[in-house]
Design a protein around this ligand. Structure first.
Ligand SMILES: [Zn+2]
Length: 180
């Protein structure tokens, strides 16, 4: 699947660091959590979902909290679209790779610093290098994974979703969705 010509990929709306769902990029954290639970076998793929973006709807929701679509505009569905669930899952994996990559870089950096310390510290103080290798590397890795990369992973994930969603929507509008 690819983006059709003349159709731009929508930009995720991010206000003060927080993503705001729109009809153009209707990413739902509730749906994201639910899909992860279904994958683990902790929840059934059955309920009441927005007819446009598959966000789980509560009884009192007259319009979708994610995309604002009313039940009259699009009848609610009972199952999550499998093609859409696939996009959510791939987005999660992608973010996971960012975080793992950052943690590994942190460990490598920590080890390099330790080696440098072993070479430069005199006598018994070389023991400090070993302590650093164990404790310091851990902190550098955690810091890089949790603080440095999080924001980047967050944005990259949303951009990935925006792209996946527009391909999904286009395919759906054309009636070419096989496993909906
Ligand atoms: Zn919706």
């Amino acid at each position: 699947m690819s983006i059709p010509a003349g159709r731009a990929i929508p930009e995720p709306t991010i206000i003060e660091g927080d993503f705001v769902p729109t009809r153009e990029v209707p990413f739902s954290s509730a749906l994201d959590e639910l899909i992860a639970a279904i994958r683990k076998g902790d929840a059934p793929n059955l309920g009441r979902f927005c007819g446009y973006c598959c966000t789980p709807l509560r009884k009192r929701d007259e319009t979708c909290p994610t995309c604002g679509t009313s039940e009259r505009e699009a009848a609610p569905r009972e199952k999550i679209s499998r093609s859409l669930a696939e996009i959510y899952t791939r987005k999660r994996k992608r973010e996971g790779r960012w975080v793992h990559g950052a943690a590994w870089s942190g460990l490598v950096l920590g080890t390099l610093i330790s080696v440098l310390l072993i070479m430069t510290l005199p006598g018994w103080t070389k023991i400090l290098a070993v302590v650093f290798m164990i404790v310091g590397s851990y902190f550098i890795a955690t810091y890089m994974a949790n603080v440095l990369v999080q924001n980047r992973a967050y944005r990259s994930g949303l951009e990935f979703f925006a792209r996946g969603w527009s391909v999904y929507l286009h395919t759906r509008e054309q009636g070419r969705l096989e496993d909906d």
